[in-house]
Write a protein that binds this ligand. Structure first.
Ligand SMILES: Nc1ncnc2c1ncn2[C@@H]1O[C@H](COP(=O)(O)OP(=O)(O)O)[C@@H](O)[C@H]1O
Ligand SMILES: [Mg+2]
Length: 470
């Protein structure tokens, strides 16, 4: 079993579970991958270890334990060591417990039974090598330029921030991948700002917004008479950028002919204007961003593999907001300040219910959606309206908000309906995760879920589960 190259040194893990079989299994897997492993048979024992000075890099914590359950253990651990990283282990049928655990500070969760791949993914996500950690004085929010901020508070984003400060200095192309609204452009601006080209322009071209033939002349420029209507010569963005950085946004939408032409520029470092003979030396650094599934585009042939390999000298995969929930609170505060200052309005009154609703919601539009939500809240100054908006959207997505469950239990609608709703919600979560992990390969997802393809198709329809919107 090989450790990912991302991790180095001997990170220590404390596994807490009342089931000796689980302890043995998990310890075995982690030790084979050269982690230092300690085990504790109950929550109390784990808390005592921390009291005694133990400082594990990560605690893997079972949620269902007699005496002190997982939630109480998280609270006790975080009282002793607020920065303690905790990942919870739970059964599939307890989504509300998972939500509570995340709310009080757990970073992530794994459902039992789990395999090495699951464990490895969690380790890679949360154990950031010291060398690539964020170097910028522990501040979670920095100003890039004008009014563009960069917030990075989760281990995943801090790791990216650390990588960016290194790779910004090296004149190589960077490919930024991630769903719409995760911050690809913000990150491109940060790379430019930290690069030796920072004093030169950053030129952004949105490949999806411009028709293909116009895009070509936009990038390369043209001589007069190159085509009908080209009465005067015009330099293209590559030329105008001159020693700066070009960001090709939505590069996944670029047509294959233009992809071939771009490849030539990257290979030869030269290009000419449309209708021109003189070759111009290209002096720009290329950053490219897309929200398409690159692997699929390469397989389908809609994106040239040779161009892809030129572009991805370094690839940054930015996780969606739902995978870095611990940043939501900071982002809400950040956007509240940003927009109240911008519109000269007071920060609207809000209670912990607003934050709860934000933490509960899935944010398919990622940080862009969160920013726009807070913008509306600052303008309308109505907390109840804002919360209802999120709850309504959650219901439309087939994921009733947590408050609905509370209503069910407080109205005594009956244990049966509560259990049914929780079962549905657990099923939805587990199915969505399997589909996400298998990139919507239904056959593989069904295999992983140990149900038939037909049953999976039925459940996708029943719960109206759809691929994440990009
Ligand atoms: N790391 C971040 N810190 C602060 N705000 C961010 C961050 N990432 C994204 N945003 C906000 O989200 C909006 C969308 O980001 P953007 O970079 O345009 O996303 P993408 O290019 O991935 O669609 C930005 O205008 C900004 O307000
Ligand atoms: Mg964008």
């Amino acid at each position: 079993m090989k450790r990912s190259s991302l991790t180095s040194g001997k990170e220590s893990i404390l596994v807490v579970d009342d089931d000796p079989g689980v302890l043995l299994y998990t310890k075995g897997l982690l030790e084979m991958a050269h982690y230092q492993v300690e085990t504790a048979a109950c929550g109390k024992e784990a808390v005592q270890r921390l009291h005694g000075g133990a400082r594990p890099d990560l605690i893997l914590l079972d949620m269902a334990m007699p005496d002190m359950d997982g939630l109480h253990t998280i609270e006790a651990c975080r009282r002793i060591r607020p920065e303690q990283k905790i990942v919870v282990l739970s059964c599939m049928s307890s989504p509300s417990v998972i939500a509570d655990a995340i709310r009080i500070g757990a970073l992530d969760y794994m459902t039992k039974p789990f395999y090495w791949a699951d464990l490895e993914a969690v380790m890679n996500r949360w154990l950031v090598p010291v060398t690539s950690q964020c170097q910028h004085d522990g501040n979670d929010c920095e100003l890039i330029d004008g009014n563009v901020f960069f917030v990075a508070a989760s281990p995943a984003m801090k790791k990216i921030r650390g990588q960016i400060s290194q790779l910004a200095k090296v004149d190589i192309p960077v490919l930024l991948l991630g769903e719409s609204g995760v911050g690809k452009e913000v990150l491109a601006r940060l790379i430019h700002k930290l690069s030796p080209r920072a004093r030169r322009p950053l030129v952004k071209v949105n490949c999806a917004a411009i028709p293909a033939d116009l895009l070509e002349s936009e990038l390369f420029g043209y001589e007069s008479g190159a085509f009908t209507g080209a009465t005067r010569a015009k330099p293209g963005k590559f030329e105008l950028c001159d020693q700066g950085t070009v960001l090709l946004d939505e590069i996944g939408e670029m047509n294959p002919q233009l992809q071939a032409k771009l490849l030539h520029v990257l290979q030869d470092g030269q290009f000419s204007r449309l209708g021109g003979r003189t070759s111009i030396t290209a002096d720009f650094r290329l950053l490219a961003a897309t929200n398409i599934d690159m692997q699929e585009a390469l397989e389908r042939g809609s994106f040239r593999a040779d161009l892809f390999y030129r572009l991805n000298a370094f690839t940054v995969q930015i996780p969606p907001l739902r995978e870095r929930r611990q940043e939501i609170e900071l982002l809400v505060q950040h956007f509240l300040n940003e927009f109240s200052t911008k519109f000269s309005l007071k920060v609207p009154c809000h209670s912990p219910r607003l934050m709860e609703a934000c933490l509960d919601y899935r944010w398919p539009g990622n940080l862009r959606e969160l920013g726009n939500f807070i913008k509306r809240f600052v303008v309308l100054q109505d907390e109840q309206l804002a919360i209802s908006e999120l709850e309504e959207k959650s219901r439309e997505m087939g994921r009733p908000p947590a408050s609905d469950y509370r209503k069910i239990s407080s109205n005594m609608a009956g244990l049966k309906s509560l259990v049914r709703d929780l079962k549905h919600s657990a099923e939805i979560k587990v199915i969505e995760e399997a589909l996400l992990a298998t990139k919507w390969n239904r056959k593989m997802a069904a295999f992983q879920l140990k149900i038939s393809c037909k049953a999976l198709r039925y459940k996708i329809k029943q719960y109206q589960i759809s691929p994440p919107r990009c």
